[in-house]
Design a protein around this ligand. Structure first.
Ligand code: AGP
Length: 613
């Protein structure tokens, strides 16, 4: 959460910082701000989106600064307003600081500084860090600046990604990381720092990822990274593979729509080089290091949050069904605190689009501390989760910028299918012949998704009729149950309509009380072996005048004829059906949100990557 960007070089810092903030706005968009050094420290910040800030910042060649930092905020402490916006400054107005994370001991720091006569203006935790760091720099002139900063941050508990500039040291940006991602973009005679690679991709393809406890001093031609014990580190420079096309809307009104329509390609990319139709083999290079652990595991635990947790549920069905290995799915936030039973014989798979979700990262660390082997299914290359897992598989679906996850979900499910098939083959649960048949079915998925997308107008018409429904119920069985959850989550997060996903049979145990003629019930009936049961559930809904919108496979006439509205998806193997049935649900939520005038890519209160608890 929160986007951080910084620039030092010869170009106009304001322009680069503002552009970077725009690219990272999906990380938080309550308010934004910029600090530059040009003679003295100048700060401009305001409530609202980056476009509001842009109106206030002059980008003039004569007056431009060549060093600056910026921030786009997702509020934790203090409401989104001008004062609480970052950057925050020290008492003397020399140091400006931006922060991503939560400072847990900010009240005690504040009290201590107040006793030194330092006044506070905002309700944020960040202001305490800004005041403390400047105070320590001033009180310890005997120390080089970076040592004073290290001394100050050693008094801070909680999570942070900090970037700061200081008017007495106009040749450098300092950054420090504990719990919140930061990277350095290495250029020619210029450097950038950011919490997200998308902000630097336009300027360089060389990046250095900071690790926990590290502090870096960045000037225009060099950077120095120190660990918590002040030891200088040799950091690897990674190549960033990210095209500008991938991080721009490319003619679509919203990133979410672009990402929905990209899915035929992203799923094909996800499979590329990993499946062999001739032999039925699956190759997942990233798993090789610890594959034996996965194959020998008596049970597998999968931990994730949100949409990634829904993929995990699909993964449970897939691995149990195809490979016959027992799977437990956990909310990462529960797993980390519930005193889980896990040891060195266990395998944990964590799933995360961003690779930065705080709870998922904590679950990973907890499992590693217990000696378990941890695998990752991650989209963002070089992210913290990707770097801390023992082995893993990248989605290769490209940057996902819409806050509502779409292509990452189908990418995660595709990877889980590949893992389940690989395990099934290695454990002898399926033959090569069966694997070939399944791989053939998987290869047909992108084309089938394209066929669904070509009929998106039909889903728009259905959405138009239900735009103002106050509630929705989504029902599914087996593989369609996680899809029901995902459909409901998509609708609630971007259109603010209350929606619940349920296993269809559970409806009788409570939610049926909600059904009346005002209640749209979205039934996902694409898994053949449970269709008869779904027919009975639909009859139960209809008997209470609920309005059925069904998602069926093309040949499922039993359900479609019973429905008020039906959208059919092509036939496929039951275990691949989530990859198809989720697409009309993504479209439904998108069109409803647009009809309601909601900001689809930046829904209220949300942020793309949840790096705080
Ligand atoms: C999905 O639409 C959400 N915005 C959210 O639930 C998301 O899936 C969750 O925060 C997990 O994120 P991650 O995959 O990056 O870990």
């Amino acid at each position: 959460m929160c986007g951080i960007i910084g620039y030092i070089g010869q170009k106009k810092a304001e322009e680069i910082v503002l552009k970077g903030l725009k690219r990272m706005e999906y990380r938080g968009y309550d308010s934004a701000g910029i600090a530059t050094l040009n003679g003295g420290l100048s700060i401009i910040k305001c409530k609202g989106k980056v476009r509001e800030l842009k109106k206030l910042v002059k980008v003039d060649s004569k007056e431009s600064a060549q060093i600056g930092i910026g921030h786009t905020r997702w509020a934790t402490h203090g409401e989104p307003n001008d004062i609480n916006s970052h950057p925050h400054v020290g008492k003397l107005g020399k140091l400006a600081l931006v922060h991503n994370g939560i400072i847990e001991n900010y009240t005690s720091i504040k009290k201590k500084l107040e006793s030194e006569g330092i006044e506070f203006y905002s309700e944020t935790d960040t202001e305490a860090a800004a005041k403390l760091i400047e105070f320590v720099i001033e009180s310890r002139p005997d120390l080089p600046m970076e040592k004073a900063v290290q001394l100050a941050i050693s008094q801070i508990t909680g999570a942070y990604g900090f970037a700061m500039i200081h008017s007495d040291y106009p040749d450098r940006i300092l950054v420090a990381r504990k719990g919140s991602p930061l990277l350095i973009g290495v250029g020619e005679g210029e450097m950038l720092i950011a919490s997200d690679a998308s902000a630097v991709a336009e300027y360089t393809d060389k990046v250095v990822y900071l690790d926990e406890g590290e502090l870096a001093v960045i000037s225009k031609d060099k950077f120095q990274v120190l660990d918590a014990n002040d030891v200088e580190l040799e950091k690897e420079v990674h190549e960033l593979v990210m095209s500008l096309e991938e991080i721009e809307k490319g003619g679509y009104p919203y990133f979410m729509l672009k990402e929905i329509f990209e899915q035929p390609k992203t799923i094909a990319d996800c499979m590329r080089g990993r499946i062999n139709t001739e032999t039925g083999e699956i190759t997942l290079g990233g798993l090789t290091k610890a594959l034996d652990k996965l194959v020998d595991a008596k049970r597998i635990i999968i931990a994730a949050c949100g949409t990634s947790w829904h993929s995990a549920l699909v993964g449970e069905y897939l691995i149990e069904h195809l490979a016959r290995v027992s799977v437990e799915v956990e909310y990462a936030s529960e797993f980390r605190y519930k005193d889980p039973i896990i040891d060195e014989n266990d395998v944990l798979i964590v799933i995360s689009q961003s690779g930065e979700t705080a709870d998922t990262l904590a679950a990973l660390r907890k499992a590693k501390d217990s000696g378990a082997t941890v695998f990752g299914i991650v989209n963002v290359v070089g992210s913290t989760i990707a770097r801390e897992t023992d082995a893993g598989v990248y989605l290769h679906t490209g940057p996902e910028i819409g806050v509502a996850s779409t292509k990452a979900f189908t990418g995660q499910v595709t990877v889980l299918v590949l893992i389940a098939l690989k395990l099934a083959l290695m454990k002898g649960a399926i033959t090569k012949e069966v694997s070939k048949k399944y791989i053939k079915a998987l290869r047909e998925i992108p084309e089938k998704i394209q066929h669904i997308l070509d009929r998106s107008e039909q889903m728009k018409r259905i959405s138009d009729l239900f735009t103002y429904a106050p509630n929705f119920l989504y029902l599914g069985r087996t593989y369609s149950f996680p899809v029901a959850l995902e459909g409901a989550l998509k609708l609630k997060e971007i259109s603010y309509i209350h929606a619940e996903g349920y296993p269809a049979a559970e409806m009788k145990h409570g939610p049926i009380a909600l059904i009346d003629e005002m209640m749209p019930v979205v039934v996902i009936a694409t898994t053949d072996h449970t269709n008869d049961k779904m027919v009975s559930n639909i009859e139960e809904v209809k008997a209470r005048k609920g309005r059925i919108i069904s998602i069926t496979s093309e040949e499922n006439n039993d359900v479609s004829t019973l429905s008020e509205f039906n959208f059919s998806v092509p036939e496929t193997e039951d275990f691949l059906s989530p990859l198809l049935s989720v697409i009309p649900l993504q479209l439904l939520s998108y069109y409803v949100a647009v009809n309601r005038g909601c900001d689809v890519d930046q829904p209220r209160n949300l942020a793309k990557s949840v790096t705080v608890e």
